[in-house]
Design a protein around this ligand. Structure first.
Ligand code: XUL
Length: 527
């Protein structure tokens, strides 16, 4: 019975999961996490990133990630015991956009690691730039503007790469390094994403970037799945020579190097391309075909789905990435998620039970009252100045405001996902607030589709293990449809679905244009 390993290198820590698959019999064998701050305090990270005097600059330590991977592999091997020999394939995911800069000597070092010494000790001299800018970095506005100009405007960049330029995207980060530290850029022989860097450590050789994580760089021709010369040229000189050819996410790129056998007893298992955490999560929450939409309800809410054709978001606020299935995926982020729900809850002195009770007790449509809950500047739609806008909604009415915030959020989610999900058959809801049935009811009614709760704690990590399983089956000449791959791991239980109620669906069908008009008018009026 083969075992598959998945890793996820997130901002704050590293997680591993091992799964076992024998036909319809599937189970999670183990799940392990470590937090960088506590497990590896010598690197001095706070919540996984290095303190910096400039609040716009956010970096982390690639050496720390290497040490974390070595440590975690040791823990996983110890937990698996004899089962470690059954590991057939390994894959992983990582926080998107972060970049690692290696010297030419890195290849030589990685190919000749000494099993008697820890990994990190041997990597101290391979970095051309000691730190890795990560996705929280917002210091590249000037480079974003220059790249946008060179490529013919924001819409042109999105049509080519899947997203307009964003400060955290890797292309602008590379451009900034080239401008501000040209010696470091000159020393760099290979640029990696966090994902391809960690895959390279496992393989003992440079591993390619995949289409899923590569689409978070503003460097790929996403439709064609390859580097875009115009984007490379607009970013930094000599960039193509510093990148390997991009590969589809489902590629078996190599095998675990003998170092991992000698050090932790792993077999030379297949290594499947690592990808970004968002593409990996897609599989980890069971979204493998168009029509299923995942909604993650966290501090911010995000919506993501699969698209079988490439189409950028016409408003320029969302992203299109490569999906692990070989299709495309969208990612739409709403900053005022739990953040806004909590503000309303606290304003009326409620707890979550009280909040849900008021939601249950108030009628769908709120008698025509509407709220735009932009407690903080909003990403979707793009709103720079925070403000709560109410229509026919008394500020002092607790029930109407509770319903107003949730309906405003769900109507916005539906409105701003039409471009990517014109048809929604079902919703997979995750995150803390997905436990709230009253909220899921509004979601189901607004989207006119059943909402399923998906109880997966580490969806990116599970997605990585499932991608390892998928690619291993395909490489043995026994390809498994994606629906089969996720079955038993990230599959909703239909009997627990929150189903749309026809009368409420009709209420929201009528209310949606009023919401859209309120949003349009408000956006015209605010600065
Ligand atoms: C996506 C993004 C974040 C990171 C977090 O564009 O920046 O979701 O991937 O790990």
């Amino acid at each position: 019975m083969p075992v598959y390993l998945g890793f996820d290198c997130a901002t704050q820590g590293l997680t591993a999961v091992a799964i076992e698959v024998a036909g319809a019999e599937r189970r999670v064998l183990l799940e392990r996490s470590l937090r960088f701050d506590e497990a590896l305090p010598a690197y001095g990270t706070v919540d996984g990133v290095l303190p910096d005097a400039d609040p716009l600059v956010v970096r982390s330590s690639p050496l720390m990630w290497a040490e974390a991977l070595d440590t975690m592999m040791g823990l996983v091997a110890a937990d698996l015991g004899d089962d470690v020999r059954r590991v057939a394939a390994v894959s992983g995911s990582a926080q998107q956009h972060g970049s690692v800069y290696l010297r030419a000597e890195a290849d030589e070092v990685l190919g000749h690691l000494d099993p008697a010494r820890p990994l990190a000790d041997q990597l101290r001299d391979v970095f051309a730039f000691e730190h890795a800018p990560v996705w929280m970095d917002a210091s590249t506005s000037a480079q974003c503007a220059a790249i946008t100009r060179a490529l013919g405007g924001a819409a042109a960049v999105a049509r080519l790469t899947g997203s307009r330029t964003f400060e955290r995207f890797t292309g602008p980060q590379i451009s900034k390094l080239h401008e501000t530290d040209p010696e470091a850029y000159d020393r760099t022989a290979r640029i990696h994403l966090v994902s391809s860097y960690l895959a390279s450590l496992l393989a003992g050789a440079a591993m390619p970037i995949d289409t899923g994580d590569g689409s978070g760089m503003n460097l790929m021709d996403l439709r064609r799945g390859r580097w875009a010369d115009a984007a490379l040229d607009a970013t930094a000189p000599g960039l193509r020579g510093r990148l390997l050819t991009v590969v589809p996410s489902a590629t078996v790129v190599g095998r675990l190097s003998p170092w991992w056998t000698a050090r932790h007893g792993l077999p030379p298992a297949k290594l499947v391309a690592w990808t970004g955490d968002n593409p990996s999560s897609l599989v980890g929450v069971g979204v493998v075909a168009p029509g299923t939409v995942a909604v993650s309800l966290g501090t911010s809410d995000t919506l993501f789905t699969i698209m079988d054709r490439f189409e950028p978001d016409p408003s320029g606020t969302a992203h299109v990435f490569g999906a692990p299935t070989g299709d495309f995926m969208s990612l739409v982020c709403f900053r005022n998620g739990s953040l806004a729900r909590e503000r309303v809850r606290d304003a009326f002195g409620l707890d979550w039970d009280g909040f849900s009770r008021l939601l249950d007790e108030t009628p769908p449509g709120n008698g025509g009252a509407l709220m735009l809950p932009w407690f903080e500047p909003e990403i979707t739609p793009s709103v720079e100045v925070a403000g709560i806008h109410r229509l026919h909604l008394a500020e002092s009415d607790a029930g109407a405001n509770v319903r107003g915030v949730v309906e405003g959020q769900m109507l916005a989610m539906r409105l701003h996902s039409r471009w990517t999900a014109p048809r929604v058959d079902r919703i997979h809801a995750t995150g803390g607030a997905a436990r709230n049935s009253a909220l899921l009811q509004v979601m189901a009614d607004v989207f006119a589709a059943p909402a399923h709760r998906i109880d997966v704690a580490n969806s990116a990590c599970l997605g990585a293990a499932l991608r390892a399983f998928h690619a291993d089956a395909a490489s043995r000449g026994r390809p498994a449809p994606w629906e089969d791959v996720v079955a038993g791991f990230a599959e909703p239980n239909p009997s627990l679905a929150v189903r749309p109620r026809p009368a409420a669906v009709e209420v929201y069908r009528r209310l949606a244009p009023a919401y859209e008009e309120l949003e349009r008018r408000t956006l015209r009026e605010i600065p």
